[in-house]
Design a protein around this ligand. Structure first.
Ligand code: ACM
Ligand code: ZN
Length: 541
């Protein structure tokens, strides 16, 4: 039966006032902590309600508006309408002020309106994330935003998270959820580890065997390289259409995807597809165990350079990112030392051991330089793991410091830009507690939340010039021991929350205050259905 709404209203008044829907109070104690919040206690709060309009006048703000409306809908049950004309009152206006830096934003809250002004559409997006995270969880209710002004700007321009989709494959939908998790934490770079010994995971049209053969392994080692295998065929790769859709999905959320093609080591899956690219000629299999394979690309074989050009040309054709990651980590030189072609190349290039590096280290630099030059010819820049400093590389290459902080420090001192991602603080495959049975990489000491939170990316004795070379901070999630996406969420949440504070906030550290704010963020994790490590929400010893 359809009851006329005035009658419904009359009935409701018998219980309370018709206009009195339940309302929850928002709090700006969010993660990452905004740089400045000035509340105006003399002004009434703004009430977000089903009649509130979101005002967005250009296409970038309309994308922001649609995402914000979805966030509001999943938390409150109502979906605010998006309009292009500003109403007299009761609206949230998304706008830009190009005088500010791109990711900065201000939010002005009065009883009548909320104005979110970004330095660009990305800044506005971070302002909207703050409004979203201010809502205290899922409730069928209006939201009261306290009046005042928030002014916010991130500490680092590069705020990244890495995800290894080679050791285990995660569906395109899972990758999108991972991207949503980055957006929630104000991150703007997704470092996508697409290739490794255990699986090549991106379609290459000019090298079809990479996906056809390189994406499948015959089985997977059980546990920590026990020597026993499950013998269950395992595989998966992303088609270029899927990748393009994911790039757009990320871009709507102001996230740039940095693909990684790890070379010249960690290439056994590619060698299984094209054995002629290895020093011994194979045969090779897509690796079924974990670790660092001795079988790497043959640096003395001209076909390898043609292969790299083809791969990098396709990668730059697909990914618009300024930076492309070319790996360079953990490349054993045993095959090169014994390979006639590699040794002939060393001779032809006039490479010799010296007190800093071996001739083979320098041969690796030669391969890395070839790849970096190919990227430069397409207007792109290379990122490499800190090993690439060993054989020397020029300062246009960005260094990702993972074996502790020394690589990043050396790189910044030498004039490279550097991204800090030291394993001891920012590897999220490490266990999260000392508890028996806590999942995580077997070889690492537990990495508790307070240790992540306590990390300071800029060394105390750095000059301003050196500090300016530390362009950002990133957490890495390697997936040898992470077989499914729920598990990946468990490993990264809530450590992403601590990471996001390092990346964004300049405030003095206060772990107890962070834990209080984390309990509010947990409600958003719950509303989104994210899996997380519940123990980490309390101080652990
Ligand atoms: C790395 O963890 N091998 C970069
Ligand atoms: Zn060789």
């Amino acid at each position: 039966m359809k009851i006329p709404s005035p009658l419904l209203c009359f009935a409701a008044i018998a219980l309370s006032s018709c206009s009195e829907r339940p309302a929850v109070e928002a709090s700006y104690d969010v993660i990452p902590l905004p740089q400045k919040v000035a509340l105006d206690s003399a002004e009434k709060a703004f009430k977000l309600n089903p009649r509130t309009r979101i005002v967005a006048t250009d296409s970038a703000q309309q994308i922001n508006a649609r995402l914000f409306a979805e966030y509001i809908s999943s938390l409150t049950g109502f979906t605010p309408k998006i309009v292009s004309n500003t109403p007299a009152s009761d609206y949230i206006h998304l706008t830009t002020d190009p005088a500010e830096s791109a990711d900065a934003y201000t939010i002005n809250v009065t009883a009548d309106s909320v104005v979110v002004r970004g330095g660009s559409a990305s800044g506005t997006f971070y302002g909207l994330q703050t409004l979203r995270k201010a809502i205290p969880g899922k409730a069928e209710a209006d939201v009261l935003y306290p009046a005042g002004k928030i002014s916010d700007v991130p500490r680092f321009a590069y705020r990244g998270a890495h995800f290894d989709t080679s050791r285990h494959f995660f569906s395109p939908d899972s990758v999108k959820i991972f991207i949503d998790m980055l957006a929630l934490h104000n991150m703007n770079r997704f470092h996508w580890h697409l290739t490794d010994d255990q699986g090549w995971r991106i379609e290459m049209k000019s090298l079809p065997e990479l996906a056809k053969i390189g994406s499948k392994r015959a089985g997977t080692v059980i546990g920590n390289n026990t020597g026993e295998y499950d013998n269950i065929p395992y595989g998966g790769y992303y088609t270029q259409d899927e990748v393009k859709e994911i790039i757009k999905y990320a871009s709507d959320r102001h996230i740039t995807i940095i693909p990684e093609i790890d070379l010249p080591g960690h290439m056994q899956a590619a060698l299984a597809a094209y054995p002629e690219l290895g020093c011994t000629g194979g045969p090779y299999e897509v690796w079924q165990r974990w670790g660092v394979s001795d079988d790497v690309l043959c640096a003395g074989n001209d076909s390898v350079y043609v292969f790299l050009d083809k791969v990098l040309d396709e990668i730059t054709g697909i990914f618009p990112s300024e930076y492309i990651h070319i790996g360079g980590d953990e490349c054993p030189k045993v095959r090169w030392k014994e390979c006639a072609r590699c040794q002939a190349k060393i001779k032809a290039l006039g490479l010799r051991d010296d007190k800093h590096s071996t001739a083979e280290d320098k041969l690796q630099s030669h391969v890395m330089k070839h790849a970096a030059d190919r990227l430069a010819s397409k207007g792109r820049k290379a990122i490499g793991w800190d090993e690439i400093l060993e054989g020397g590389c020029d300062t246009t290459t960005v260094i990702m410091s993972w074996r502790g902080v020394q690589g990043g420090i050396k790189a910044a001192q030498a004039g490279h830009d550097a991204i800090m991602t030291p394993a001891t603080y920012l590897y999220f495959d490490y266990k999260q507690s000392h508890d028996e049975g806590e999942p995580g990489a077997f070889y690492a000491a537990p990495l508790l939340l307070d240790k992540v939170y306590g990390y300071e990316p800029i060394p105390e004795d750095f000059t301003d010039e050196q500090a300016a070379h530390i362009i950002g901070v990133q957490g890495n999630t390697w997936c040898e021991y992470i077989p499914n996406f729920r598990h990946a969420q468990y490993m990264t949440l809530p450590r992403f929350a601590a990471l996001s504070e390092l990346q964004w906030s300049s405030a003095p550290k206060d772990f107890d205050a962070f834990l209080v704010r984390l309990s509010q963020l947990r409600k958003i994790y719950d509303a989104e259905g994210y899996n997380y490590n519940a123990k980490a929400f309390e101080r652990q010893e």
